[in-house]
Design a binder for this molecule. Structure first.
Ligand SMILES: *Cc1c(COP(=O)(O)O)cnc(C)c1O
Length: 391
């Protein structure tokens, strides 16, 4: 078989595979968005998104990617002439620091950067100390699951800290929302963001911002000029209240997201989360059985990463998986805190990926690792994966 004839399996931690029902919905004729028909679909989607986000607040659907949505929350919710605490132990946490670096001169923001080791959870004590010492912090940013390091942080604990202060907690839930436990209202998350191409089972193109009461109040009270037009969340909130969006939406994606949310919620969000967790746990056990080392001390349930063993070349390994097996996984990323490009690889457990996809991935990884001279008994990973999954 040639590579193009292989069944393609996407196990990258974004974009992720899209179910056939969603693809069929995306193919429907385009309707105009300033219509009752669109508004009805949008209203249904908004209600479903609230269930996935576990919030009673509005969840805005913004054309763009996860970065668009998070940047919008960052620029609109920060107070001018204040401080922000930005936590980073991976590429995405670092990105939110970069965004505030850009806006700091427009809004006179001072950044308190809490950088911690890649592969470790955010240091809650250090965040508490920074909050205690700086009463003028207006925003805290944190990645719930930093996909670059396959690591989860204790957002529940950090939200409890933020709730005692005037600081709003902005959570990058791009690979936690819909994948593992993330209780926006119960925990007290002020703004929660995700993107369509991760656990939401949609192609790339939409970013979502859930807003809690304190965040809505902050938006209401804005009196300064904000350096944003399209990303001015006040416009999006006002339109959302009328089941509408301020600018032309990606109509097909809105429809598709409604169907994807129905699938996510079909057996309840808890069931979806439990399945993702099973895949993650079984994958970690399988990698360890194969003699590979996990990259995280605090593993995320949506993505698993391991270091390459000595002698295995990243490009060759992933090309082998792709060309010989139709399996797509991710390599590493490099940032300020670590240079993991070429050093690690990652597989996703979120969204539309199941036991059989992951089992096939382990079988293929064993073949390609052996092809590069790594001493591995064929079947070790597959057996461990299957045993842990069924345990
Ligand atoms: C994918 C991802 C992003 C970036 O999202 P884009 O949609 O590429 O802008 C941000 N944060 C995390 C944790 C991600 O996994």
């Amino acid at each position: 078989m040639t590579a193009t004839e292989l069944k393609q399996r996407l196990l990258t931690p974004g974009p992720t595979a899209v179910p056939a029902e969603v693809l069929a919905e995306l193919a429907k004729p385009i309707i105009h968005h300033r219509t009752k028909e669109f508004q009805a679909i949008f209203a249904e989607l908004s209600a479903l998104l609230q269930k996935v986000f576990k919030t009673e607040g509005p969840v805005l659907s913004i054309a763009g990617s996860g970065t668009t949505a998070f940047e919008a929350a960052q620029v609109c919710l920060v107070k001018p002439n204040s401080k922000v605490i930005t936590c980073a132990g991976g590429k995405f946490g670092e990105r939110w620091q970069d965004v505030y670096d850009v806006y700091s001169k427009f809004l006179n923001i001072e950044q308190i950067k809490i950088n911690f080791d890649w592969g470790k959870a955010a240091p809650v004590d250090q965040i508490k100390k920074a909050l205690d010492e700086n009463p003028d912090v207006s925003v805290i940013t944190i990645c719930h699951s930093d996909t670059s390091t396959a690591t989860a942080s204790d957002v529940k604990a950090i939200a409890a800290l933020a709730q005692k202060t005037d600081a709003l907690l902005l959570v990058d839930g791009i690979t936690s929302v819909g994948a593992f436990e993330c209780e926006m209202d119960n925990w007290g998350i002020d703004a929660l963001v995700t993107g369509s191409q991760k656990a939401m089972m949609l192609p790339p193109g939409l970013g979502y911002v859930g807003l809690g009461k304190r965040a809505l109040k902050r938006l209401d009270e804005i009196e300064h000029d904000i350096p944003a037009y399209n990303l001015d969340l006040r416009k999006w909130v006002a339109s959302h209240a009328k089941n509408d969006v301020p600018f032309t939406p990606p109509v097909a994606l809105i429809r598709g997201q409604k169907v994807a949310c129905e699938l996510i919620l079909k057996d309840g969000l808890d069931a979806k989360i439990a399945e993702t967790k099973k895949l993650a746990k079984a994958s970690r056990e399988a990698f360890v059985a194969m003699g590979l080392e996990l990259i995280s001390d605090s593993p995320s349930e949506s993505v698993t990463g391991v270091y390459y063993p000595e002698g295995v070349v990243d490009g060759k390994f992933r090309a082998g998986l792709r060309d010989n097996h139709g399996i797509h996984i991710a390599g590493g990323q490099s940032g300020r805190g670590a240079k993991w490009k070429g050093k690690i690889f990652r597989i996703s457990h979120m969204g539309y990926v199941d036991f059989a996809d992951t089992l096939a991935c382990f079988a293929a990884m064993e073949v390609e690792l052996a092809a590069q001279g790594f001493a591995i008994e064929q079947g070790v990973g597959v057996t461990a994966f299957e045993a842990a999954y069924n345990a």
